[in-house]
Design a protein around this ligand. Structure first.
Ligand SMILES: [Cu+2]
Length: 159
């Protein structure tokens, strides 16, 4: 909750200062407060789908995954180079495992929240990257959901 308030304060500052927030380093061309939503579509008949929200903050890139299925076991998740159809199997940026949690309305979901400080939203949307979720730590070879990261696609129609 406290995090949320800080975030609102940051958002307020950004809005007050307008888009020309000159404090942003050159690498953060998509300034604080910019978000991209990615639909994570089921793979390998998993019936697992979900959504990723990537938000550039002043502290880093926040990546939040919300999966419709609550996993029995923790599920590894990563940002990979490539697209869902041609994925580089080596993770580029590991995310926090998807575990049992709740969404904003308190409904049970598979959730994962990560703050990445070594990459910006601009890096990801100007390159070719995808987010995927793996079945479990033991069955990491099985992909259960994936979505391509694209700029200007807030509806998440990337599939
Ligand atoms: Cu992966």
């Amino acid at each position: 909750m406290a995090k949320h308030l800080v975030w609102l304060a940051v958002l307020g500052l950004v809005l007050a200062n307008g888009p020309a927030a000159a404090q942003n380093p050159p690498s953060a061309q998509m300034g604080a407060g910019t978000s991209v939503t990615v639909i994570l579509a089921p793979q390998n008949k998993s019936n697992e789908s979900g959504m990723a929200t990537l938000t550039q903050t002043s502290k880093g890139l926040q990546v939040v995954l919300t999966m419709t299925t609550v996993p029995t076991d923790p599920q590894p998740a990563h940002i990979h180079k490539g697209t869902c159809s041609t994925l580089d199997p080596k993770p580029a940026y590991p995310l926090t495992n998807v575990t049992k949690g709740t969404d904003a309305q308190g409904n049970p979901k598979g959730v994962s929240t990560t703050l990445l400080t070594n990459v910006t939203l601009n890096d990801l949307t100007t390159g070719t990257y995808a987010i995927n979720v793996h079945k479990s730590v033991d069955d990491i070879k099985t992909y259960v959901a994936c979505g391509d990261i694209k700029r200007g696609n807030p509806g998440g129609t990337s599939q």
